[in-house]
Design a protein around this ligand. Structure first.
Ligand code: G3P
Ligand code: CA
Length: 302
């Protein structure tokens, strides 16, 4: 319809702060989300895990990551720490995730900034509360269920995670402002069943054509292009479908094809101005970046 056309034509380019903008601030922390809001991003990208006491917390890693984790004495974890699923919320929040261990990615850039002590792995509820407190009513959330189908013991089950996530979204009254994303398409199928109008983002990498087919429960030998695979997985469930490919796998033809199927295309994780410019020229609807400041500048200068 004309109305849809008008909306499609004018929908704003989606500037997504990857883990709150992990090139600029300690990832997946309230501090990062605060800064990203101040910067003026449209979406906070974040990852979730479930604690032993079934609290939804914001973490990219299923196990505590030595790159940014210090224990209660202030000492860096010497190696990968315990699984979040094995710790209570109180135990998880005994660790400090506000600084980067020297030698880890982005540690050098961070060294020039004021160190941030006392940052904890936040609960998703606390992130929602902070965004409300800030009155950032337009800010959206792109929430990734972190699940590894080959290591089911490392996290909650897809069902437990999706149910806990939907309950938190509901409790905070955020249903209109959330997209749920995953490489593990089993969780997206559950979202389709339990919250059919919630936008779902199908994450892919160069090699996940095969993996995604498996996690989507598809048996077809080959369903063709990745947009076609997303279509087969997303099925007839209503709700906006987003295809989120790895940035280096995107072609103009695939963007066109996805758009023709009614999907948005929001690649990850795009960190240079040149790559941002190329993908924007291909017609993508948004980008996920460790450097939302660069992305904002690139988008504004057009
Ligand atoms: O949104 C997709 C992107 O976040 C996937 O990468 O590993 O940072 O979660 P990762
Ligand atoms: Ca993510």
């Amino acid at each position: 319809t004309l109305m849809t056309l008008a909306l499609t034509a004018t929908h704003a380019f989606d500037i997504q702060a990857h883990r709150g903008g992990r090139g600029l601030w300690p990832e997946n922390t309230l501090h990062a989300f605060d800064q990203a809001i101040t910067l003026g991003v449209s979406t906070l990208e974040l990852d979730i895990a479930l604690t032993a006491d079934d609290v939804v917390v914001v973490s990219h890693d299923m196990a505590l990551n030595p790159d940014h984790t210090r224990d209660a004495t202030g000492a860096w974890l010497p190696a990968t720490g315990p699984l979040i699923r094995s710790l209570t919320l109180a135990q998880v929040q005994a660790y400090d995730v506000g600084r980067l261990q020297p030698g880890s990615q982005y540690a050098e850039q961070f060294a020039t900034q004021v160190p941030k002590d006392g940052e904890r792995i936040p609960t998703l509820a606390a992130v929602f509360a902070r965004v409300k407190e800030r009155r950032a009513h337009a800010v959206r959330f792109n929430i990734e269920t972190k699940l590894d189908p080959t290591r089911p013991g490392d996290s909650a089950s897809p069902e437990a995670m999706v149910r806990a996530l939907l309950a938190e979204i509901d409790k905070a009254g955020m249903a209109e402002r959330v997209t749920i994303q995953s490489f593990d398409w089993r969780s997206l199928a559950l979202v389709g069943q339990l919250a059919p109008t919630m936008p779902r983002a199908y994450l892919t990498t160069a090699r996940t054509l095969k993996d995604s087919r498996w996690t989507a429960g598809l048996n077809a030998a080959d369903v063709g292009s990745t947009p076609q695979l997303v279509k087969a997985a997303a099925g007839a469930t209503p709700g906006q479908v987003i295809w989120s490919p790895a940035g280096n796998t995107v072609t103009a033809a695939a963007v066109k094809e996805a758009h023709a199927l009614g999907f948005q295309v929001i690649p990850w994780t795009i960190n240079t101005r040149a790559d941002m410019a190329n993908l924007i020229d291909l017609g993508v609807d948004g980008l996920i970046s460790d450097f939302p400041d660069l992305l904002r500048t690139e988008v504004r200068q057009r």
